[in-house]
Design a protein around this ligand. Structure first.
Ligand code: HSE
Length: 437
């Protein structure tokens, strides 16, 4: 059979990883795909720059449009990143009847609804396994292997940089800044690392996870997002005293009222599987009503793992070339006319445990006043701890871990506690998750 011609938009770390993988594992890949694969063209910013892969047989230029317009190219790999040029080129490739594979979570989270609608109109597929958790095949698992289940919730460590920083702070005692610089040196932080530490990168990925899990439109702008930038070492230590680890989690949960989509640092019981995922590793736990909890673990970034996902999408796309469009796996797991309008809930409607830490004047009645506030709002308490803060002798830290409670009530409790004269500073609020694993 005629080889499949592929055009690369971008030949940086991931692009070179794809070329190298297609070279090293060519026989295995072709045995699976059933057709040979030729990368005929690549567009790069600087064609004269040395590349981390062999480029023989490839025409390299700086004009991306040439690739999109080339009638000989069947599949375009979008590996540029961002949501500007990448969006225009993706849409142009689709309009010209080309299949597209992307590793770009930003692009899919913000423009996926428009991209998939255009793809369906043009009978092409857009694949994005590498966009979520790098080399972990989580899209395929949720979209195909769990197709018999009603997915109840998904919880994942989906930003390696955030997980690496918190792991280093806990085990090596290094500062936030030092750990972040280390993540940048090792190459898994985003070009703009605020996307990692403000939770935006994880929110991009969670928007995609939520859509595939529940069959709702991509709703990035509705993802509640908190980063790890302001986490204090003291809270990592107190959490440990109470039997928890703090992990950067993305959570997508179905409730009777709608869907929770949230990204924030989270206390996870130390015996939970996700608590043991350390360093830059990613892990995603999916709970299906028939299968129960399932866990997917691995590398969420890097040339090899990302290329592994991109090339797997390429082999699927090659099979798609000879199938009827009506028999293809839908982009968002559910048939396009079956997308649900379940609302994405506001923060006040989230329901989970809460870790509250307040610095107070060390005087009689403080604990009683705080617990009265919680009781008045019908918020149950799981654990309570009083500690001397490292710096001020006359103050105390009071830490309360609540039972599962509606966030709106907890925010009201926080406002009431902060209004007491004994409360020195604004209260630290971190959510708590309990998983059935
Ligand atoms: N910056 C991302 C991370 C890379 O740290 O997980 C993969 O998306």
């Amino acid at each position: 059979m005629k080889p499949v011609n592929v055009g690369l938009l971008g030949l940086g770390t991931v692009g070179a990883g794809v070329v190298n993988l297609l070279t090293e594992n060519r026989d295995e890949i072709v045995r699976r795909a059933g057709r040979d694969i030729h990368i005929t063209r690549a567009a790069v910013r600087n064609p004269d720059k040395a590349r981390e892969c062999a480029v023989d047989g490839m025409q390299i230029g700086s004009d991306c449009q040439v690739i999109v317009d080339d009638p000989e190219i069947d599949v375009v790999l979008e590996l540029i990143g961002g949501d500007g040029l990448a969006f225009d080129l993706t849409m142009a490739a689709i309009e010209r009847g080309k299949h597209v594979i992307t590793a770009n979570k930003h692009l899919i989270a913000l423009h996926g609804n428009a991209i998939f609608a255009a793809a369906e109109r043009n009978n092409v597929v857009v694949s994005f396994e590498a966009a979520v958790a790098g080399g972990i095949p989580i899209i395929k698992a949720m979209r195909e292997s769990l197709a018999a289940n009603r997915i109840e919730w998904v919880a994942g460590i989906i930003n390696g940089t955030g997980n690496f920083i918190l792991t280093q702070m806990r085990f090596e005692g290094v500062s936030f800044e030092y750990a972040l610089a280390d993540a940048q040196r090792r190459g898994f932080a985003e070009a703009d690392p605020t996307f990692d530490i403000e939770g935006i990168d994880a929110a991009h990925k969670l928007a995609i996870i939520g859509s595939i899990a529940f069959g709702i439109p991509l709703s990035f702008e509705r993802v509640y997002t908190e980063g790890i930038r302001y986490l204090a070492s003291a809270d990592i230590a107190y959490a440990a005293r109470l039997g928890y680890r703090i992990k950067p989690l993305g959570i997508a949960k179905r409730t009777p009222e709608g869907v929770e989509l949230r990204v924030h640092p989270t206390l996870v019981p130390e015996k939970a599987l996700l608590a043991s995922v350390e360093g830059e590793k990613n892990a995603v736990m999916v709970y299906g009503d028939a299968v129960g909890p399932t866990v997917y673990y691995g590398a969420g970034a890097g040339a090899g793992p990302t290329a592994s996902a991109v090339v797997a999408d390429l082999t699927d796309t090659i099979r798609v070339l000879s199938t009827d469009p009506s028999g293809r796996v839908p982009h968002l797991a559910f048939q396009p006319d079956q997308i649900s309008d379940a609302p994405v809930l506001d923060r006040a409607d989230f329901e989970c445990g809460h870790y509250l830490r307040v610095q107070v004047a060390d005087q009689t009645g403080v604990m009683a006043a705080m617990t009265r506030v919680l009781a008045d709002l019908e918020i149950g308490i799981d654990a309570i701890l009083q500690e001397d803060p490292p710096t001020t002798e006359d103050d105390a830290h009071v830490i309360v871990v609540t039972k599962s409670a509606r966030e709106g009530r907890v925010l009201e409790a926080i406002a009431r506690i902060e209004a007491f004269d004994f409360a020195r500073k604004s209260l630290v609020h971190i959510r708590v998750a309990h998983f059935e694993d």
